[in-house]
Design a protein around this ligand. Structure first.
Ligand SMILES: [Fe+2]
Length: 149
């Protein structure tokens, strides 16, 4: 399966999840609020190499890491939620685990030798700093919450 087909399928799945989330929000009488991109995602993207083919490999590696972290967070949150949300988060968790593997496999396909390992190590350090440092935004993906003065 080509990169374009794989990514198109993945995008469709993410959009379906988005629609499912909208439904949960509506069913619970909540309102949708727009939020800016998290510092976590911005910080990772800022470290993506600017020229091809490195740019593609890095984009895929960053995608893999974000999916892996999402998977971990859904796993942590699911047992603390009501049955309906827990089941939904459980289904998202399975998708994220699959997306993580998809991104990683594509990164390996479009790189050479040990490049993916090297970039994974690099981005693991970048994200470690982003996750462990105080962050004024509290998001699904953010640093440790810090109170705004
Ligand atoms: Fe995903």
């Amino acid at each position: 399966v080509s990169l374009l087909q794989k990514m198109s399928r993945l995008a469709r799945e993410e959009l379906r999840h988005f629609e499912q989330v909208l439904k949960v929000i509506a069913d619970r009488g909540l309102s949708y609020e727009t939020v800016s991109a998290s510092r976590y995602a911005q910080g990772l993207h800022a470290n993506i190499r600017r020229t091809e083919p490195g740019r593609l490999v890095d984009t895929l590696v960053v995608g893999a890491l974000i999916e892996a972290r999402s998977c971990e967070r859904f796993a942590k949150l699911a047992p603390r939620l009501d049955a309906q949300l827990a089941e939904f988060y459980g289904s998202l968790l399975k998708s994220e685990a699959r997306h993580f593997e998809d991104y990683l496999r594509l990164a390996e396909q479009y790189s050479n030798g040990t490049e993916v390992d090297a970039r994974l190590n690099y981005f693991r350090d970048v994200e470690g700093a982003l996750i462990e440092s105080p962050d004024t935004d509290f998001r699904f993906h953010s640093g440790t919450p810090s109170l705004v003065a």
